[in-house]
Design a protein around this ligand. Structure first.
Ligand code: NAI
Length: 278
């Protein structure tokens, strides 16, 4: 094989299988699409039953080998059963994206710079804390531990990718406070699992996105072009990203192209973590 051919062959995931949580929308849907478009067999899972069925039907109609599972990542037993069902349907598990998450509740500062009363720590709604930790952090754990279990049993290694956030590394006052420790926890869990699972050739990495146009935060970026345009000005590269821009990075981490990477965090945030645009 020529050297250029060997380089490109490392991106080949045809025939492998991937499991994605939060796949009915946004970044998770882009992960599921790129796996399927690259010839992998995919299970799309989401708590949104109608959405995950709709997107799975669409990918099936386009000729891809996909299936779906309605799954709430906070349900531990259901996470295990869904990963087992994937392995039974596709003969194992090669790739897992622990992606389901949400950014619910107010930040402590509004997008226009005022302090938000309900976003202050002394008056914060405990239910919002509990949900952020349960879905963003514990939901990632529930997904990754069952992926690791099935990959270990398969004996062929694998790639686990968690969607964290640049808010796991930097502080964004307009982002709900509990989101920061939840995503920082995901990043450190990824490192812990990467070290533990390396002997099994199971790689564990994190993607830390910055602002992508999705349905997160009630889909605010799709609703008001003026608000989005004002926000775009704060991003060093000039605008929020569209989800197709996530696909090359997802393919890189899912495939052997990243075969010597584990425990890494890949920031994809338009430069937001570098600081404010002057
Ligand atoms: P999205 O709202 O478009 O998609 C999230 C999906 O997760 C939805 O389909 C939703 O139904 C599903 N979900 C929510 N709770 C769930 C649960 N308990 N069990 C299973 N599925 C559940 O949002 P987006 O932006 O695509 O979010 C994907 C991931 O990316 C999240 O982890 C989010 O925190 C992260 N992220 C997103 C950023 C952005 O700017 N869009 C920036 C940084 C991180």
């Amino acid at each position: 094989m020529s050297e250029p051919a060997r380089t490109l062959a490392q991106f080949d995931i045809a025939g492998r299988s991937g499991f994605v949580t939060g796949a009915a929308s946004g970044i998770g849907l882009a992960y599921a699409e790129v796996l399927a478009e690259a010839g992998a067999r995919v299970t799309l899972t989401d708590i949104d039953a109608e959405g995950v069925r709709r997107e799975t039907e669409r990918l099936l109609a386009a000729g891809h080998d996909v299936r779906c599972n309605v799954l709430d990542v906070t349900d531990r037993a259901a996470c295990g059963a869904a990963v087992d069902a994937h392995a039974a349907a596709f003969g194992g598990l090669d790739i897992c994206f622990a992606n389901a998450g949400l950014g619910e509740g107010p930040g402590w500062v509004s997008p226009t710079g005022e302090r938000v009363p309900d976003g202050q720590v002394d008056s914060y709604d405990d239910a919002l804390w509990d949900r952020s930790i349960a879905i963003n952090l514990t939901g990632s754990y529930n997904t990754m531990r069952h992926a690791a279990r099935v990959m270990k049993a398969g004996g062929k290694g694998g790639s686990i990718i968690a969607t964290a956030s640049n808010a796991g590394m930097i502080l964004e006052p307009i982002v709900p406070m509990p989101y920061h420790p939840a995503k920082a926890g995901v990043l450190h869990m990824v490192r812990a699992l990467a070290l533990e699972l390396a002997a099994h050739r199971i790689r564990v990495n994190a993607i830390a996105p910055g602002p992508f146009v999705t349905n997160i935060g009630d889909g605010w970026a799709k609703k008001d072009p003026a608000v989005k345009a004002a926000f775009d000005k704060t991003i060093p590269l000039g605008s929020m990203a569209e989800t197709y821009q996530m696909k090359p990075l997802a393919l890189y981490l899912a495939s052997d192209a990243s075969s010597f990477m584990t425990g890494s965090t890949l920031l994809i945030d338009g430069g937001v973590a570098l600081g404010a645009v002057q």
